[in-house]
Design a protein around this ligand. Structure first.
Ligand code: G3P
Ligand code: MG
Length: 246
Protein backbone atom coordinates (compact mmCIF):
# COMPACT_ATOMS: atom_id res chain seq x y z
CA UNK A 1 0.00 0.00 0.00
CA UNK A 2 1.50 3.28 -1.05
CA UNK A 3 0.77 5.31 2.05
CA UNK A 4 2.97 7.36 4.34
CA UNK A 5 1.84 7.90 7.93
CA UNK A 6 1.69 11.70 8.25
CA UNK A 7 3.48 12.69 11.49
CA UNK A 8 3.16 8.97 12.32
CA UNK A 9 -0.31 7.45 12.55
CA UNK A 10 -1.52 10.80 13.84
CA UNK A 11 -5.18 9.77 13.87
CA UNK A 12 -4.48 7.14 16.55
CA UNK A 13 -1.61 8.67 18.56
CA UNK A 14 -0.32 12.20 19.16
CA UNK A 15 1.39 13.53 16.03
CA UNK A 16 5.17 13.51 15.74
CA UNK A 17 5.72 11.36 18.85
CA UNK A 18 7.53 8.06 19.23
CA UNK A 19 4.13 6.48 20.03
CA UNK A 20 2.78 7.56 16.63
CA UNK A 21 5.89 6.21 14.91
CA UNK A 22 5.78 2.89 16.77
CA UNK A 23 2.13 2.53 15.81
CA UNK A 24 3.12 2.88 12.16
CA UNK A 25 5.42 -0.13 12.45
CA UNK A 26 2.95 -2.14 14.53
CA UNK A 27 0.25 -1.60 11.90
CA UNK A 28 2.61 -2.78 9.18
CA UNK A 29 3.19 0.48 7.30
CA UNK A 30 6.63 1.33 5.98
CA UNK A 31 6.89 5.10 5.83
CA UNK A 32 6.49 7.96 8.28
CA UNK A 33 6.59 11.68 7.54
CA UNK A 34 8.05 13.91 10.27
CA UNK A 35 8.60 17.66 10.66
CA UNK A 36 12.05 18.74 11.85
CA UNK A 37 13.18 22.08 13.27
CA UNK A 38 15.97 23.23 15.61
CA UNK A 39 15.74 23.79 19.35
CA UNK A 40 17.40 26.92 20.82
CA UNK A 41 20.50 24.83 21.51
CA UNK A 42 20.55 23.64 17.90
CA UNK A 43 19.30 20.09 18.29
CA UNK A 44 16.99 18.86 15.50
CA UNK A 45 13.62 18.09 17.09
CA UNK A 46 10.44 16.63 15.66
CA UNK A 47 7.45 18.95 15.92
CA UNK A 48 5.24 20.62 13.34
CA UNK A 49 4.15 24.01 14.66
CA UNK A 50 6.35 27.02 15.26
CA UNK A 51 5.22 26.97 18.91
CA UNK A 52 4.68 24.17 21.41
CA UNK A 53 1.25 25.52 22.36
CA UNK A 54 -1.05 23.18 20.39
CA UNK A 55 0.68 19.86 20.97
CA UNK A 56 2.13 20.12 24.48
CA UNK A 57 1.18 21.43 27.91
CA UNK A 58 3.69 24.28 27.50
CA UNK A 59 3.86 27.60 25.74
CA UNK A 60 6.53 29.23 23.58
CA UNK A 61 8.40 29.15 20.31
CA UNK A 62 10.27 25.91 19.56
CA UNK A 63 13.37 27.76 18.30
CA UNK A 64 13.56 29.70 21.57
CA UNK A 65 13.40 26.69 23.90
CA UNK A 66 16.36 24.47 24.74
CA UNK A 67 16.06 20.72 24.26
CA UNK A 68 15.79 20.13 27.99
CA UNK A 69 12.85 22.54 28.22
CA UNK A 70 11.18 21.05 25.17
CA UNK A 71 11.54 17.51 26.48
CA UNK A 72 10.20 18.42 29.90
CA UNK A 73 6.80 19.04 28.26
CA UNK A 74 3.95 16.55 28.02
CA UNK A 75 3.38 16.05 24.28
CA UNK A 76 0.63 13.46 24.58
CA UNK A 77 -2.14 14.54 26.96
CA UNK A 78 -3.62 17.03 24.48
CA UNK A 79 -4.47 13.98 22.36
CA UNK A 80 -5.42 11.55 25.12
CA UNK A 81 -4.52 10.92 28.76
CA UNK A 82 -3.18 7.51 27.69
CA UNK A 83 -0.24 9.29 26.00
CA UNK A 84 0.73 11.63 28.83
CA UNK A 85 4.30 10.29 28.95
CA UNK A 86 5.07 11.20 25.33
CA UNK A 87 7.77 13.78 24.77
CA UNK A 88 8.84 15.88 21.77
CA UNK A 89 11.35 13.50 20.17
CA UNK A 90 14.69 14.47 18.74
CA UNK A 91 15.50 13.54 15.17
CA UNK A 92 18.10 11.18 16.57
CA UNK A 93 15.58 9.33 18.78
CA UNK A 94 13.20 9.10 15.84
CA UNK A 95 15.79 7.71 13.45
CA UNK A 96 16.95 5.15 16.02
CA UNK A 97 13.36 3.99 16.49
CA UNK A 98 12.92 3.90 12.72
CA UNK A 99 16.07 1.88 12.26
CA UNK A 100 15.08 -0.60 14.98
CA UNK A 101 11.58 -0.97 13.53
CA UNK A 102 12.58 -0.95 9.87
CA UNK A 103 10.63 2.21 9.15
CA UNK A 104 11.51 4.61 6.35
CA UNK A 105 11.46 8.29 7.09
CA UNK A 106 10.35 11.28 5.01
CA UNK A 107 12.12 14.12 6.82
CA UNK A 108 10.30 17.37 6.14
CA UNK A 109 12.73 20.24 6.76
CA UNK A 110 10.37 22.66 8.45
CA UNK A 111 11.33 26.32 8.24
CA UNK A 112 9.61 29.29 9.80
CA UNK A 113 10.51 32.95 9.15
CA UNK A 114 13.92 33.79 10.61
CA UNK A 115 15.01 30.14 10.84
CA UNK A 116 18.54 29.51 9.60
CA UNK A 117 18.18 27.18 6.61
CA UNK A 118 21.84 26.25 6.35
CA UNK A 119 22.22 25.58 10.06
CA UNK A 120 19.16 23.32 10.20
CA UNK A 121 20.43 21.35 7.20
CA UNK A 122 23.91 20.98 8.69
CA UNK A 123 22.51 19.75 11.99
CA UNK A 124 20.22 17.24 10.27
CA UNK A 125 23.20 15.97 8.33
CA UNK A 126 25.24 15.51 11.51
CA UNK A 127 22.54 13.30 13.05
CA UNK A 128 22.18 11.15 9.93
CA UNK A 129 25.91 10.71 9.43
CA UNK A 130 26.49 9.81 13.10
CA UNK A 131 23.82 7.09 12.92
CA UNK A 132 25.10 5.72 9.65
CA UNK A 133 21.58 5.25 8.25
CA UNK A 134 21.09 3.70 4.81
CA UNK A 135 20.20 6.37 2.28
CA UNK A 136 17.37 4.17 0.99
CA UNK A 137 15.62 4.62 4.35
CA UNK A 138 15.30 8.38 3.97
CA UNK A 139 13.68 11.05 1.82
CA UNK A 140 13.97 14.81 2.35
CA UNK A 141 11.15 17.20 1.61
CA UNK A 142 10.66 20.91 2.09
CA UNK A 143 8.63 23.88 0.90
CA UNK A 144 11.98 25.72 0.75
CA UNK A 145 13.92 25.01 -2.41
CA UNK A 146 17.06 26.41 -0.73
CA UNK A 147 16.90 23.70 1.95
CA UNK A 148 16.74 20.96 -0.67
CA UNK A 149 19.60 22.54 -2.60
CA UNK A 150 21.66 22.52 0.56
CA UNK A 151 20.84 18.88 1.17
CA UNK A 152 21.81 18.08 -2.40
CA UNK A 153 25.27 19.38 -1.53
CA UNK A 154 25.50 17.85 1.95
CA UNK A 155 23.96 14.43 1.38
CA UNK A 156 23.45 14.02 -2.38
CA UNK A 157 22.54 10.33 -2.20
CA UNK A 158 19.39 10.96 -0.19
CA UNK A 159 16.47 11.71 -2.52
CA UNK A 160 14.69 15.05 -2.44
CA UNK A 161 11.04 15.96 -2.82
CA UNK A 162 9.82 19.52 -3.31
CA UNK A 163 6.67 20.47 -1.44
CA UNK A 164 4.14 22.80 -2.92
CA UNK A 165 0.55 23.60 -2.26
CA UNK A 166 -0.36 24.85 -5.73
CA UNK A 167 1.94 23.92 -8.60
CA UNK A 168 4.02 26.99 -9.54
CA UNK A 169 4.24 27.87 -13.23
CA UNK A 170 7.92 26.94 -13.25
CA UNK A 171 7.29 23.83 -11.13
CA UNK A 172 9.04 21.41 -13.48
CA UNK A 173 12.09 23.69 -13.70
CA UNK A 174 12.34 23.77 -9.92
CA UNK A 175 12.30 19.97 -9.82
CA UNK A 176 15.09 19.88 -12.40
CA UNK A 177 17.13 22.37 -10.38
CA UNK A 178 17.38 20.04 -7.40
CA UNK A 179 17.42 16.80 -9.39
CA UNK A 180 14.28 15.87 -7.49
CA UNK A 181 13.00 12.39 -6.85
CA UNK A 182 9.47 13.56 -6.15
CA UNK A 183 7.03 16.39 -5.80
CA UNK A 184 4.78 16.51 -2.74
CA UNK A 185 1.63 18.47 -3.52
CA UNK A 186 -1.63 19.31 -1.83
CA UNK A 187 -4.13 16.78 -3.12
CA UNK A 188 -6.91 19.36 -3.45
CA UNK A 189 -4.95 21.47 -5.92
CA UNK A 190 -3.46 18.74 -8.12
CA UNK A 191 -5.11 18.32 -11.52
CA UNK A 192 -4.98 15.31 -13.84
CA UNK A 193 -3.20 17.44 -16.42
CA UNK A 194 -0.49 18.51 -13.98
CA UNK A 195 -0.04 14.93 -12.79
CA UNK A 196 0.42 13.79 -16.37
CA UNK A 197 3.09 16.42 -17.02
CA UNK A 198 4.96 15.65 -13.79
CA UNK A 199 4.96 11.91 -14.47
CA UNK A 200 6.02 12.46 -18.07
CA UNK A 201 8.98 14.45 -16.80
CA UNK A 202 9.95 11.44 -14.70
CA UNK A 203 9.11 12.49 -11.13
CA UNK A 204 7.21 10.68 -8.42
CA UNK A 205 4.06 12.34 -7.12
CA UNK A 206 3.21 12.35 -3.42
CA UNK A 207 -0.06 13.89 -2.20
CA UNK A 208 -0.68 15.36 1.22
CA UNK A 209 -2.92 14.99 3.22
CA UNK A 210 -5.92 13.08 1.85
CA UNK A 211 -7.58 11.41 4.81
CA UNK A 212 -10.49 9.96 2.86
CA UNK A 213 -9.34 7.45 0.21
CA UNK A 214 -12.56 7.91 -1.77
CA UNK A 215 -11.62 11.52 -2.47
CA UNK A 216 -8.45 10.44 -4.25
CA UNK A 217 -9.38 7.07 -5.75
CA UNK A 218 -9.00 8.52 -9.24
CA UNK A 219 -5.54 9.87 -8.45
CA UNK A 220 -3.98 6.41 -8.60
CA UNK A 221 -4.95 6.33 -12.30
CA UNK A 222 -3.18 9.66 -12.77
CA UNK A 223 0.01 7.94 -11.63
CA UNK A 224 0.18 9.34 -8.09
CA UNK A 225 2.71 7.24 -6.21
CA UNK A 226 2.08 7.98 -2.54
CA UNK A 227 -0.61 9.36 -0.25
CA UNK A 228 0.71 11.05 2.91
CA UNK A 229 -2.18 10.62 5.32
CA UNK A 230 -3.20 10.75 8.99
CA UNK A 231 -5.37 7.68 8.30
CA UNK A 232 -3.27 5.00 6.59
CA UNK A 233 -5.71 2.48 8.07
CA UNK A 234 -8.50 3.90 5.90
CA UNK A 235 -6.53 2.95 2.78
CA UNK A 236 -5.92 -0.57 4.02
CA UNK A 237 -9.64 -1.00 4.74
CA UNK A 238 -10.43 0.37 1.30
CA UNK A 239 -8.01 -2.06 -0.36
CA UNK A 240 -9.50 -5.00 1.54
CA UNK A 241 -12.98 -3.97 0.42
CA UNK A 242 -11.81 -3.82 -3.19
CA UNK A 243 -10.10 -7.21 -2.95
CA UNK A 244 -13.26 -8.81 -1.58
CA UNK A 245 -14.97 -7.89 -4.87
CA UNK A 246 -12.31 -9.63 -6.93
O1 G3P B 1 5.00 16.65 4.08
C1 G3P B 1 3.65 16.76 3.79
C2 G3P B 1 2.94 17.69 4.74
O2 G3P B 1 3.32 17.36 6.05
C3 G3P B 1 3.22 19.15 4.48
O3 G3P B 1 2.46 20.01 5.26
O4 G3P B 1 1.98 21.43 7.20
O5 G3P B 1 1.49 18.99 7.32
O6 G3P B 1 3.85 19.80 7.35
P1 G3P B 1 2.46 20.06 6.85
MG1 MG C 1 4.90 17.92 7.37
Amino acid sequence: MKVTAHRGVSSLAPENTLAAFKKTAEMGYQWIEIDVQLSADQIPVVIHDQSVDRCTNGKGIVAKLALEELQSLDAGSWFSEAFKHERIPTLEQTLILARDNKLKVNIEIKLYPEDDIELLCEKIKEVIVALNIETTQLLFSSFELAALKKMQTLLPAIPRGLLWSVMPENGLDLLTEIDAFSVHCHYRHLTAQQALAIKKAGYNIYCYTPNNPEEVSEYWHWGVDMMITDYPQAYTACKEALLSYA
